[in-house]
Unconditional design. Structure first.
Length: 114
């Protein structure tokens, strides 16, 4: 089981990026799949998540700017990030629960320059 995140990069304030997370070895059918981020010197925090009930939840500061979606094949999850701000700078990780285990993907760096 592997999760591979991609799509990070350097962008100016107000710009957009789209992150992708592809799973190998399983499909996203557990309790949740989502995106987290960790800025330097800070704890990892939830950014956006799908729950098994079909709900989506977003961290307050990204509501209206970020959007999480899933691919048709159910082994890919995306994070569209618009109107990026310097405080969005972090390493972004995808994570998914499956049979009681939480799997973490490789991180992808997002840097927003002012």
């Amino acid at each position: 089981v592997q999760l591979q995140a991609s799509g990070g990069g350097l962008v100016q304030v107000g710009g957009s990026l789209s992150l992708s997370c592809a799973a190998s070895g399983f499909i996203f059918s557990g309790k949740f799949v989502g995106w987290y981020r960790q800025a330097p010197g800070k704890q990892r925090e939830l950014v956006a998540i799908f729950t098994s009930g079909g709900n989506t939840n977003y961290e307050d500061s990204v509501k209206g700017r970020f959007s999480i979606s899933r691919g048709i094949a159910k082994n890919t999850v995306y994070l569209q990030m618009n109107n990026l701000q310097p405080e969005d700078t972090a390493v972004y990780y995808c994570a998914a629960e499956k049979y009681g285990t939480v799997y973490w993907g490789t991180g992808t760096q997002v840097t927003v320059s002012s």
